[in-house]
Design a protein around this ligand. Sequence first.
Ligand code: AMP
Ligand code: GLY
Length: 426
Amino acid sequence: MNILLLGSGGREHALAWKMSQSHHCDKLFIAPGNAGTSAFGTNLPFGANDFEAIKKGCLQEKIGMLVVGPEDPLVNGIYDFFQNDSTLQQITVVAPSKAAAQLEGSKAFSKKFMERQGIPTAAYAEFTAANFEDGKKYIAAHSLPVVLKADGLAAGKGVIISQTTEEALKSFEEMILGKQFGEASSKVVVEAFLSGIEVSVFILTDGVDYQIIGHAKDYKKIGEGDTGLNTGGMGCVSPVPFMDEAFMQKVTDRIIDPTVKGLAKENLNYHGFIFFGLMNMNGEPWVIEYNCRLGDPETEVVLPRLQSDLVSLFAAMDNGTLADTNINFDERSCATVMAVSGGYPGDYEKNKLISGLDIPTDSDTMIFHAGTRKTENGVETNGGRVLAVSSFGNNLSDAVEKSKKALSNISFDGIYFRKDIGFEFE
Ligand code: AMP
Ligand code: GLY
C-alpha cells in the first residue's frame, strides 16, 4: 500500500521512519516533509492544509492510506473531505471527523464534553464579547493563579496563566476585545489552575476500541529548570517514573474509557490518535486538554519505544480489529533533546548550515529532523525547532546523556538545547 503522511516536523520524521519499517508500506510520500523525511520516502511540494493538492497527490500516487501529523488539517475537516469525495472514499484516513476534532479545535467544546462524560478536569466558565462584563466579575472572584485559554487553535500560544487578578483582566481584554489570537480568542475559557506534574498519554482508537500507544513527559519551557517562555517542546522522556500500574489504571478508568465511550455516545466519528494532556495532582490524574494527534516531541520517544507495526495498527483501526491486536514496547528508557535556533521561541534566523548529522546506524541514538531542508550546500535550518535527538538508555539519565553526547558533535550557528531534560527524575 502507498501511504501519504502530512506534516513537516520531528513528529513526521519519526512517523516516516516508523511506517517505512512496515511490510504494508510500499511507497511512502510526505507532504511537505523535511530533509529527514526524504530518507524514508518522497517529499511532495504541497502543504498539509492544501486539500485540493492532497487530493491530486493521492490520486496520482495511488495512495491507500492518509496519515495526518499536525492539528490544522484535522480541525479543518480533512476526514470529512475524504469521506465526501467519491474518488477518495476508499482511502484509509487516520483522523477524527471534523466534529470530533473539536476536542482539540475548541477548548469550550472539550470542556463541555468532559463535563457531560464526568471526566476530571479543572472547573471553568466560557466568555465572549457578549458576556464580557460577567467574565470580568468571574475573573475578579477567581482564585490565583487563574488560567485563560483562547477557545480555538493558536499554535500552542493560546494559554495564559496569570498570577494576579490585574494581569488576568488585562489578558482577558486583550484576548476578547483586542483579538490577540484573532478569531481563536473571540471566545475564552477561564479555568482553575491545576498544580502537579504533566504527562501526555496517547491512544489509537476507532471510536469503540482503543490501544495505548505510549506516554511521555514533555519539557515545554525554553530555559533550564523549566524557566522562561513556552515553546512547542524542548525535550521528552518515556517512560515517566510515576506512570506505574496503579496510576495508569486511574487514567484508564477515569479518563480514557469514559472518553472513548463518550465519543460513541455522542456519535463523534473517530479513527485516529487521542493525546491526553494530563496533570498528576497528588497521585490523581486530571485532564488539561485533548489533542487529536500525536505530540511533538513526544512522538520522538513514543514511536522508538513502540515495537509493534504501526501501519498494521492503522489497518486494524480501520477494519475494527484494534481490540484483538497485541502491542509490544521496548522496555528501555528513551529521551529526546530538541536543538533549536538561537532566539527561539522569539525571532530567529534560518538557513544555517548544520554539521555533525552523520551518526553510526547501530548506535542507540536517532536524529529526527524538525525544521530542516536540503540545499545545494547541505542540510540547513528551516525553523525554530531544528532537530530532535532521541536515544535509548538503561535509565532516563543514561538516555539523556547519550542524546547530549550526540548533540555535542552537531553544530549550526546559534544552536541551543536544554541540558536538563528529565531533571526531576534523576
Ligand atoms: P494547552 O494549550 O491546553 O496544552 O496548555 C498549554 C500548557 O499550559 C499546558 O501544557 C500546561 O502546562 C499549562 N496549562 C493549561 N491549563 C492548565 C491548568 N488548568 N492548570 C495548570 N496548567 C495549565
Ligand atoms: N508537545 C506538545 C504538543 O505536541 O502539543
